[in-house]
Design a protein around this ligand. Sequence first.
Ligand SMILES: [Zn+2]
Ligand SMILES: [Zn+2]
Length: 456
Amino acid sequence: MQIEGILNERKICIDIKGKRARLIDKCSNPFLKNVWVMPGFVDNHLHPLEFGLSLMFPSLRGLTQEEILDTFAQRKEDFIYAFNYTPSNEKPLTEKELNKFNKPVVIRKVDGHSVYLNNRAQNLLKAHGFEHRGKDNEQIIEKWENEFIDKDIKIEAFLKADRTLIKEGIVRYAALTGNDYPSNNDCELLDSIKHRLKAQPYIFCQTYNIKRVLRNGWQRIGGCILIDGSFGSHTAALLEPYNDKDTKGILYPEQKRDEFLAFLERAIKYELQTAFHAIGDRAISFLLDAYEKVIEKPNPLKARVEHAELLNDELLTRISRLKLILSMQPAFISTWGGKNKMYDKRLGTRWKNTARFKDIIERDIILVSGSDAPITYPSPIKGIKTLINNPNKEQSIDLSLAIKTYTSYGHYALNIKETFFPSDEGIADIVIFNNNPFKNGEITHVIKEGKIVYKN
Ligand SMILES: [Zn+2]
Ligand SMILES: [Zn+2]
């Protein structure tokens, strides 16, 4: 199959044979002509189960209080589970309204780090031995999804996520999934249905159980294992207090420094790639302290920091010295960054030290992009637009580098060894657009390993 198109404003012909793509001088009999092409995208930070669930259950993004209550009234399930709630200042949801529904209501805030329950949901969790004690938001969600969302729903969620990812040109992704809840087997479940998926997941199992990972032959551990929380919920750990609340956030493993270090040491000993969620500067510093003790210099196992949002110069120097990979989310800054937005409110002038894409690239640190779906919608094209047009203006980067954070750097950060299109010869992961994707072009075909996996 031959495709004649435009790549980076250059006319090219791609010759696809089996899994491989090769750039040749001229197409003799092109299957597609006058199209725009890009390499297949990698989303380096995505929660496929939660993302799939967020597609099955209502998303409350942008809905008014009335619309939310309407949405809930129409649901047929015997519980209500909803995602992406953004409390509005004028009319937030009240407990009284939620208690009117005679079934459990569980609502996740947009940042994923807070949860709202009605009385029925609280009683149900209590009956299963779990009392809501204010700070346990993450554990509530863990409990809820492990006890009340069954296997068939989870499989459907993985498949739904897959269909959406492929539509956006994402052919590979870091699949951050699972947890240490006693009955949890989300990582195993995803692994067992891999053959039914079009986009390829690279599993980061979010567990401290190294045996579980080794038993399954996975090469990665961690993901959104929390070093801290989020700016939105005032739980990201900061070196200096928040601008709008007298707190420095929460450093979850603070009291368990030695245990954390011992875990990291073992993971490295078994040659696992590691990743941890660290957003605030104090959390990143904590993680670097640990990495500096156990990692050898050019970072052979490609250890990563997820999010790495608030970075001072000292942290950047330490990251570049160790050659750690930073896995970041461009959509965070387009949603919450910039003057008078949430980061400004929480951090004051420190918001200028978030999303430091340019400073990162200039220090030769590998930067890769992801969506953290369902926290933000997985759209590499939108992510690339934010990378080149950062609300934190001085931190914008070049288009070609921005694309690399979703392609070649993306492969590097997942430790994938093969070469890919558009090198002279490589695996044919290709996204095809009917026009310039940065103007109004839309995806018409997605090719993975030489096969058309999506057609619009
Ligand atoms: Zn995270
Ligand atoms: Zn995440």
